[in-house]
Design a protein around this ligand. Structure first.
Ligand SMILES: *[C@@H]1O[C@H](CO)[C@@H](O)[C@H](O)[C@H]1NC(C)=O
Ligand SMILES: *[C@@H]1O[C@H](CO)[C@@H](O)[C@H](O)[C@H]1NC(C)=O
Ligand SMILES: *[C@@H]1O[C@H](CO)[C@@H](O)[C@H](O)[C@H]1NC(C)=O
Ligand SMILES: *[C@@H]1O[C@H](CO)[C@@H](O)[C@H](O)[C@H]1NC(C)=O
Ligand SMILES: *[C@@H]1O[C@H](CO)[C@@H](O)[C@H](O)[C@H]1NC(C)=O
Ligand SMILES: *[C@@H]1O[C@H](CO)[C@@H](O)[C@H](O)[C@H]1NC(C)=O
Length: 809
């Protein structure tokens, strides 16, 4: 029977072009409708391989409700697509026409339109409509053989997914394609249920009723995904372009997945032998898949029957009703000692909207979640075109279940109180004790085993999981992703021009906003050394440092990717006549202290002990709460510690912030940064720029002016009038004093950052008389220097070119 069928099939293939109309009576001889042609409701179009038919049908069967649809030629009862499912033609004949403008239009006897293809691409030269063997009805240019269709029925699904048809979103069509169920088994108009791809959050397949989730398939690209996924299923995550799912059936027999009105997604294949549909599997929301079964913080387990439990650290809210979910055993959150417990092999929780944050890179995933009191849990995925990604959950943890097939789930790290972690430490101790007893017997063998078990337990408890697992490839981002994120570095995305090159704003596929710095110079030594430096610098984590998220080396260019700061930079506010009033005295103090903390971290507390070398107002970025974050640290280091002097003989820095010893000798130390910090302090309290400072009575720059006022005991005049009444005099004097101490001419006279910070934080600091600042006149000409710099001779300035970079990022 099967062979018979196939033979028929083949012979038909050969006959189609010429004789089809003879064999099939009312059917049009070809699979194509040309411009101006039409079919009436007794005619059909047949795809070239005789697989599908396009035509009219009534539903219910004997009725006067007429629809245009596509069905299997062999199985005419199975309609896979309907054009006008919500707008049937009643009591009239019907015609489908292809207009000259390239649109299909469905009309009744008197010419009223009941449906049109609304082809968005207006100018198709010589339009044709073609029914393909895939069941796709397409509109294209007759000369174009490409799959670049002006319109296709696959973009407007009915309740049926066919092999090769995509669900989900792409940027080209702008559509998010979903199956929509029938209203009920005997009414094919649109019901409330949909089956599609979640594109708002983590990608996954989801069945919804309206906008309420009924059940979810679980996010793609987690650990278990690779083991569980079908080879035939295509999961595309190219987030700026498309997020789609499709399935390529391996057989030539018809394959379909139908969302039925009960909310089941039934996958089946046609058996030509049995002339019947064979159910392959059903994706359905029963048992643990039921989205609402176990409620918030619940954990569904299923052996034979679904059974609701709670995530570690939680307990059932009510004994009667699992759907009420769970609550924390220990209600107080965000206290010392909290940590994470790993729950292995689960379907990760619901991830739509603001329930999740998605960030590129996983090296600080745990820390980030821990530092944010509202973060409930974290996990990791390996998103294509993005790389390892940290996902953090907020607000609720919904619909977590143990997966049915071991190994096909992911690890979820749930925040728990210190007491919860202690209980697992207890277990660990027992293990060690048992181990010790055993060790008396089989020492060597057993101890090895114990160490391994402890390590494994340690990981199971979610303690210190990712910290040391950073690889450079995790930070390296593909150029395509950066281009997509920044709109191909479009001018409208440019947010600044910094000392090292332009800066662009971008949005990663995950929604995370980034700032991309294009470094003009690519003279760095080995790429590997450079990568190592980036890697080190990326591990510097402090709340007053801008986070480096990654890098990209592409041809001659090097790109650094940072977190994006919404409030621009300090200079944007400080030196603008209107905006400076935004900064009140408290903010100014916080900004100064924040910068000092960040700098101290760089100088002393970080593993690398970094000298910034270009500290200035433009490099102090402000986050959403106007907290300062130092940017551009470590760039000099990335390019090789001493390269700027010895190889290119350039000193990079910014006029107005450069210490004398750096500007003249190219000789920098931690104290050069202290000098720049002092300049910043004076600029912040006065809201004036050191560079270009003008005073009618003298030629001094801001530092000179401040020093002069200090000596005349009028230092408070330096304070920006806008904040004059918000501060205490002693406090203001303290800040000016600290600023002046930091800009003193000799490096050894300047305090180190730890002293600066303790002075800033002290309420009772005794004022100290500062010595004369370095550079205190406005103009600086190399030959004028010597008198200012008593501590040094003129040895070196001839072989150092000073590159003065303008302000601005
Ligand atoms: C449909 O078109 C065919 C071919 O033009 C014609 O023979 C037939 O009568 C038409 N049927 C109706 C109901 O108009
Ligand atoms: C169609 O015809 C039936 C019977 O002739 C009539 O009851 C019904 O109202 C008609 N419907 C429309 C939309 O014209
Ligand atoms: C065609 O449709 C229009 C709009 O629904 C309707 O007014 C008209 O009566 C229909 N023509 C026939 C012949 O049913
Ligand atoms: C979808 O959600 C929005 C807001 O959350 C709500 O206003 C709207 O009524 C919902 N629509 C449906 C069909 O449930
Ligand atoms: C992402 O999609 C775009 C547009 O379709 C394509 O040009 C690009 O190659 C895709 N990227 C990857 C990595 O597949
Ligand atoms: C259980 O709680 C859910 C919502 O919390 C409610 O919709 C449902 O009716 C309750 N079931 C019973 C048996 O009380």
């Amino acid at each position: 029977m099967a062979t018979n069928f196939r033979r028929n099939h083949l012979s038909l293939l050969c006959l189609i072009p010429l004789f089809l109309s003879l064999f099939f009576g009312q059917s049009i001889a070809v699979d194509i409708l040309k411009a101006g042609q039409s079919i009436n409701d007794t005619q059909v179009i047949v795809s070239a391989g005789n697989k599908f038919e396009l035509g009219f049908f009534t539903d219910p069967k004997p009725s006067n409700f007429k629809y245009l649809g596509i069905w299997y030629k062999e199985i005419p009862d199975v309609v896979v697509w309907v054009a006008n499912r919500d707008n049937p033609i009643v009591n009239s004949s019907a015609t489908l026409k292809l207009n000259g403008d390239g649109n299909l239009i469905l009309v009744n006897q008197t010419g009223s339109a009941f449906w049109t293809s609304n082809n968005p691409i207006v100018s198709v030269q010589d339009p044709v409509a073609q029914l393909l063997d895939s069941g796709n009805l397409v509109l294209r240019d007759s000369n174009s053989g490409s799959e670049d269709y002006a319109w296709q029925s696959f973009d407007y699904p009915f309740d049926t997914l066919l092999s090769g048809m995509k669900l989900g979103w792409d940027s080209k069509s702008g559509l998010n394609r979903k199956l929509i169920s029938r209203k009920n088994p005997s009414d094919l108009s649109s019901g409330e249920l949909s089956y599609g791809v979640n594109i708002d959050g983590l990608p996954e397949l989801v069945v919804r009723k309206g906008n309420k989730t009924i059940f979810r398939g679980g996010p793609w690209f987690g650990d278990g995904f690779a083991r569980a996924r079908s080879e035939r299923a295509n999961f595309i995550y190219n987030a700026s372009f498309e997020i789609t799912y499709s399935y390529d059936s391996p057989n030539s027999e018809p394959w379909r997945a139908v969302l039925d009105p009960g909310g089941f997604v039934i996958h089946s294949e046609w058996s030509g032998v049995d002339r019947a549909w064979k159910k392959l599997y059903t994706f359905e929301g029963s048992g643990c898949n039921d989205y609402e079964l176990c409620g918030n913080f619940g954990l569904c387990n299923s052996v034979l029957l679904a059974n609701c439990d709670c995530l570690d650290g939680f307990e059932q809210k009510s004994a009667q009703n699992f759907s009420d979910g769970c609550v924390r055993k220990d209600e107080k959150t965000c206290r010392a000692g909290e940590g994470f417990k790993k729950i292995s092999d689960v379907k990760l929780p619901e991830s739509t909207g603001n329930l999740v944050k998605i960030k590129v890179g996983i090296q600080n995933c745990e820390k980030e979640c821990l530092n944010d009191c509202s973060c409930l849990a974290y996990g990791t995925l390996d998103l294509p075109n993005v790389g390892p990604t940290c996902v953090t959950w907020f607000d609720r943890l919904l619909d977590v279940r143990r997966v049915r097939d071991p190994g096909t789930g992911d690890g979820l790290f749930v925040r728990v109180a210190a007491s919860e972690l202690e209980s697992s430490t207890g277990k660990r101790t027992v293990l060690v004790v048992v181990g010790t007893i055993s060790a008396m017997i089989f020492f060597a063998l057993i101890s090895c085993f114990i160490i391994r078990s402890i390590r494994r337990r340690g990981r199971d408890n979610g303690v210190a999981i990712t910290e040391d697992l950073v690889h450079d490839n995790e930070l390296e981002m593909p150029i395509a992703m950066i281009e997509a994120a920044t709109n191909n570095f479009s001018i409208s995305n440019k947010i600044g021009e910094g000392g090292f090159g332009p800066v662009y704003k971008g949005t990663l596929p995950t929604g995370q906003e980034i700032a991309v710095k294009k470094l003009a110079e690519s003279s760095h030594q080995g790429q590997q050394e450079f990568k190592n430096e980036v890697l080190f610098v990326s591990q510097l984590q402090h709340r007053n440092l801008v986070k480096l998220l990654g890098f990209c080396i592409h041809r001659e260019e090097t790109l650094l990717i940072y977190e994006y700061m919404p409030n621009k930079s300090l200079d944007y506010f400080l030196f603008d006549d209107q905006r400076r009033s935004v900064l009140n005295w408290t903010m100014k103090k916080d900004i100064i202290i924040g910068i000092a903390r960040g700098l101290l971290y760089l100088h002393r507390d970080s593993r690398l002990r970094i000298i910034h070398r270009d500290l200035k107002a433009a490099n102090i970025l402000l986050d959403g709460e106007m907290k300062p974050k130092i940017s551009d640290f470590g760039i000099a280091r990335m390019f090789g510690e001493d390269q700027m002097e010895t190889k290119t003989q350039r000193v990079v820095g910014t006029y107005g912030y450069m210490s004398p010893e750096y500007a003249i000798d190219g000789c920098f130390s931690f104290k050069s940064d202290v000098y720049s910090f002092g300049v910043l302090v004076l600029e912040i309290v006065s809201s004036k720029k050191n560079k270009g400072f003008f005073h009618s009575e003298h030629q001094l720059n801001l530092l000179g002016h401040a020093w002069k006022l200090w000596n005349e005991e009028k230092a408070l005049e330096l304070i920006d009038g806008e904040v004059g009444d918000q501060m205490q005099e002693h406090e203001a004097l303290k800040y000016i004093n600290i600023g002046l101490l930091c800009v003193q001419g000799r490096p050894k006279d300047r305090p180190i950052m730890s002293s600066v910070l303790s002075m800033l934080e002290s309420d009772t600091m005794e004022l100290i008389h500062p010595k004369q600042p370095g550079f205190y006149e406005d103009r600086f000409v190399l030959s004028d220097f010597d008198p200012l710099l008593d501590h040094k001779s003129t040895s070196t300035s001839n072989n150092v070119t000073i590159t003065l970079l303008d302000d601005g990022r």
